[in-house]
Design a protein around this ligand. Structure first.
Ligand code: FAD
Ligand code: SF4
Length: 468
């Protein structure tokens, strides 16, 4: 008998007033009993509408039926057929606009909690050691001769997925990563309280065990170029270098001390361990912080600022809550944690004293006519200018791809946003050089980057086999 409750089984969370002072995970995950009760809400629909919303086509009703039956290991194996990072996706995928948005149960109540169930299967597998054995996708190819070298640039979700699929096909894969640690945004951007680093490390260890080689502190375009890689005998190159170049507003005062890009602020906290008491923190004491922007990155920066001791943290966003691009869950969590939302507010100047931020000047806005994209355009309200006293401003206005690789590699074309141009197989305008993830789409999502990594691995495999 299906469980016909209209609401999802609740997931336990840390109390907002406790968690806004620590970096431990906010949500606690389902127990086996909770997961089975939630899985029993699934109707096992024949036409599987939820699957149409999954960019990597996870067999959703199949794995959920296994959880309902208590067959947790089998559930993880089914997810692993198409998704190599289930513990990550179960935590950070925007399920509400993907699988769960299309779930039939969502018509008369809440959809089945697909993401929480995916997380449960992955975490349970890690606890029991079954995750190490769950097959992640492809079977080893018999027609790839050993020793064919492929280079992957960037160890984010796109690069890691591409490398994992290629090694399974029998290629000799090396990832070249600029940072001292692999994971991309999963380690330097998304904070510990949403995605514990240990989970990402475990996924990377699995790839290393499968034979993927990792060279860190390697900036392609500086330490080595794409041309050098071909000269060293790599037969194809995948560029998964992400979109790490921050945007600013170009308003007066942006070069004052105390103004950060969200990427820099989050990297200092996540990778340089500013969040740990025993480290000489590379972020100075901030008490009043404004984060400008309304996406996931803005929510992460604001929640981190609160956790490192800021007393007042503002989100400044020029439209209303309805247009905010961040996941609803993140906005809700941020509000619970005491982040103050200044909506319909647009900064025009950052003021300083002795070279450091002292205030931000903002205009009040209202929503006018829709723009070309259909979103109502924010318009300045006359006479509504005001100041907020601050000691730190964090700009979370989006990012674009860093031009280093395209500038140092002959034959690579980029579009007007600096994103690499690719064909249907994700090959760039340079033969043998493939690309995917944020480097091609601009800032997007983990699951889309993973999907691109998979497609590129197929493209590289066909390209190399044609030349054999
Ligand atoms: P990245 O993850 O950016 O990885 C690129 C890697 O390439 C990095 O490790 C970088 O160091 C390396 N690199 C760059 N240049 C070079 C070079 N020249 N040589 C060698 N290595 C290089 N998505 C979601 O789905 N859900 C979320 O909740 C979510 N939250 C986010 C929160 C934050 C703070 C940020 C910044 C992003 C968030 N995203 C989220 C977006 C998501 O993380 C990205 O879309 C995804 O990580 C893109 O993957 P990628 O592999 O293309 O690039
Ligand atoms: Fe289950 Fe919802 Fe998918 Fe139907 S649409 S199979 S109820 S998850």
């Amino acid at each position: 008998m299906p469980n016909m409750a209209n609401e999802k089984v609740k997931m336990r969370e840390q109390d907002p007033n406790v968690r806004n002072k620590n970096f431990d995970e906010v949500t606690c995950g389902y127990s086996a009993e909770e997961a089975m009760a939630e899985a029993a809400r699934c109707l096992n629909c024949k036409h599987k509408p939820c699957m149409d919303g999954c960019p990597v086509s996870v067999q959703i009703p199949r794995f959920i039926s296994c959880i309902a039956a208590g067959e947790f290991k089998k559930a993880l194996e089914i997810i692993g057929e198409t998704n190599s990072l289930p513990a990550v996706c179960g935590r950070v995928c925007p399920q509400e606009s993907q699988c769960e948005q299309l779930c039939v149960r969502g018509k008369k109540g809440e959809p089945v909690a697909v993401g929480r169930l995916e997380r449960f299967a992955a975490d349970n597998g890690m606890d029991t050691g079954e995750a190490e054995n769950a097959a992640a996708g492809k079977a080893a190819s018999e027609d790839v001769p050993g020793g064919i070298k492929v280079a992957v640039i960037g160890a984010g979700p796109a690069g890691l997925t591409c490398a994992g699929d290629l090694v399974k096909l029998g290629y000799d894969v090396t990832i070249f990563e600029a940072f001292h640690i692999a994971g991309g945004v999963l380690v330097y951007g998304i904070p510990e309280f949403r995605l514990p680093k240990a989970i990402v490390r475990r996924e990377i260890d699995k790839l290393a065990a499968a034979g993927v080689k990792l060279r860190t502190n390697y900036i392609v375009g500086r330490t080595v170029t794409v041309e050098d890689l071909f000269e060293e005998g790599y037969k194809a190159v995948f560029i998964g270098s992400g979109a790490g170049l921050p945007k600013f507003m170009n308003i007066p005062g942006e070069n004052l001390n105390g103004v950060f890009s969200a990427n820099e602020f989050l990297t200092r906290i996540n990778l340089m361990k500013a969040y740990r008491d025993e480290y000489d923190t590379p972020v100075y004491d901030v008490k009043k912080v404004a984060v400008v922007g309304g996406g996931n990155v803005a929510m992460d920066a604001a929640r981190c600022a609160k956790r490192i001791g800021a007393e007042e943290v503002y989100i400044i966003y020029r439209r209303s809550l309805e247009e905010m691009p961040a996941r609803q869950e993140e906005v809700h969590h941020a509000m619970e944690e005491g982040i103050i939302f200044k909506l319909l507010t647009n900064p025009v100047e950052i003021k300083g004293e002795d070279g450091r931020v002292s205030a931000i000047t903002c205009d009040r806005m209202e929503l006018g006519e829709p723009d070309a994209g259909g979103r109502r355009r924010p318009v300045v309200v006359e006479g509504g200018r005001f100041d907020i006293g601050l000691d730190c401003v964090i700009m979370a206005l989006g990012t674009s791809p860093n031009p280093l690789i395209s500038a140092t590699t002959g034959g690579l074309e980029v579009n007007k946003w600096g994103c690499l141009e690719v064909d249907g197989n994700l090959m760039t305008t340079r033969a043998g050089v493939f690309a995917g993830g944020d480097a091609v789409t601009g800032a997007a999502t983990v699951i889309l980057a993973m999907g691109a990594g998979k497609r590129a691995a197929d493209g590289i495999d066909s390209y190399i086999k044609k030349g054999l």
